[in-house]
Design a protein around this ligand. Sequence first.
Ligand SMILES: [Zn+2]
Length: 202
Amino acid sequence: MIHYPASILNLVKQISKLPGIGEKTAERLSLHILRSSQKDAQELAQSILDVKDMVRLCSQCYGLSDADLCKICSDPARDASVVCVVEQPADMVAVEKSGAFRGRYHILSGALSPMNGIGPDDIRISELLRKIEGQQLKEVVLATGTNVEGEATASYIAQILESYAVQVTRIASGVPIGGDLKYVDQVTMKKAMEARHDVGSH
Ligand SMILES: [Zn+2]
C-alpha cells in the first residue's frame, strides 16, 4: 500500500470508511476508478454530492425525496384516504416492493423503546394525528415491525386512534415460516397464539 501515491492512498482511505468494505476491497475499487474513464469518475463523484445536496424529507410522509413532495405523495393515482404507518424509509420501500399497497405512507422515524429512552414525543405520532384530523382518512394500516418495539408502537397508536373515526388495521404477523419457536419473542408468540386457527378435519 505504501508504494501508492498519496492521492490513491487517500481514495483507498475514503472508500474503506464505507460499511462492509475492508482495505483490500477499497484498494481494488480505487484502482478500478483510476482505470475508468474521466466521465465515469466524474459521474460517481457527482452522484455522491447530489445525494447530500438534494435528498430531503417529503413534507407529507417524511420519506426520502428530491422534491418537497415525494413521488408517491405527488401521485394522484395513489389512494390518499389510506395511510400505511412504517418505522423507517427502508420499510416503506419494502412495502412498495410487495406491490400490495396503493395508498400513501407516514414514516415515524423510529419505534417506541422505553429501554432506549424513545417515547411518543421522539417519533412522529403527533404529525400522524394532525394528518388524520386534517385529511379525511378512511384507514390507517399499522405496518411497524413485528419485534417488541414495533408491536408496542402499533398498540400505542391503535389505542390513541380509538377516539378517532378511522379504521385501524395491523399487518398480519406471527411466527415466521421456518423460524424456531424458541427464538420468537413473547409478543410475537402471543399474537400467533391469539390468531391461531383450526387445522383439524372435524
Ligand atoms: Zn411523501
